[in-house]
Design a protein around this ligand. Sequence first.
Ligand code: FES
Ligand SMILES: [Fe+2]
Length: 382
Amino acid sequence: MTTAMTATTRATTTAGRLGLDVEAIQEGIDGRWSLPAHAYHDPAIHEFELDAIFSRRWQYFAPRESLAEPGSVVTGDVGALPVVVTRGTDGALHGFLNVCRHRGYRVVDGDCQKSRLQCGYHAWTYHLDGSLARAPGSEPDPTFRAEEMGLLPVAVDVWAQGVFVNPDPDAVPFLEAHRRLAEVVAARGFDDDPANYRLHRAITTVNPANWKLWYDNGVECYHCRHIHGSSFAAAYDVGGDSYQWDTCDTFSHSHFEPGEPGDGDDGVMRSNSYCSIQTFPGNHAVQQDDFMYMARIVPTGPESCEFVCHYFAHVDADPERVDRWIDLWDMTFSEDADAVGVQQRNLRTGRLERMRYIAESEGPVLFFSRLIWDAYREALEA
Ligand code: FES
Ligand SMILES: [Fe+2]
């Protein structure tokens, strides 16, 4: 009883500190409203989300092929955490915080090929499996336990063309966390064979908006015909009934029903197959005809995020055509960045208390709002 009361009191205190009226928000979410506006710019909420959401879920990290050879090393941020993933001499993938166990400096800078990882500050050196190989000058210290000073692990897994990271080292495997994914991938004909696509280009965009606004934008096409008239909406049948979406426990997916193959007479490229899979929180895997991309969102602040995107070309694709698709997507993302930047500014006015979603057109947005709110509640009650 005492423990339960304490947990409840703690949850109420934390919710109060964050300005979260749990009952009102629950009612709002059930009624198709968004989280309150301050959840899109408050630094305390941002910190809370980094722990409640990003520190314990799978996030797309890198193309598999960039970690194919023993000695491959790739670095990047996952949530707020600097991460390094290696392919060891044992052939296995290993993931760690890119944080030296000595005094916290960065162990690896950028992507590279290495046989050992040596910190640039005082030269502590680690094996590719994260264990400490050498700490210069530690030899005379009888209390120093090298076997206890390995890099701090994160979980690593692979799916489709991507390597995924979960900062929680005890996380269940990616496909266990997304139990219905394999079934949907098979049903939609999404090609998850890594042999069929090659990395074509990597682009990271910086967006002047909270990560939730960017993600919401990426999982609905209600806006497509209005702001993407000469980009996305020219290539896809966004106005008809062919756009379909669905949600599955931990992810949403959408597609256009296949139309006539080939480009239009006007020279505009047209896609004959499009499937987008969006796993919580912030991962995209989009595939069509001859190219695909995989991406994650890095929440870099309460009012900014990065979109780390890797474009892949099918092994039989015409590279020039893939370049044109990428140009089209770049234009689309630039238009999206403008839109969410305006939203971000306007959510700070204090006059718009929350946003109202339309269930039919914005189902995945509503779905992700619920997942975010579930994660809030889980963290508040933990
Ligand atoms: S912080 Fe890495 S060796 Fe000192
Ligand atoms: Fe868009």
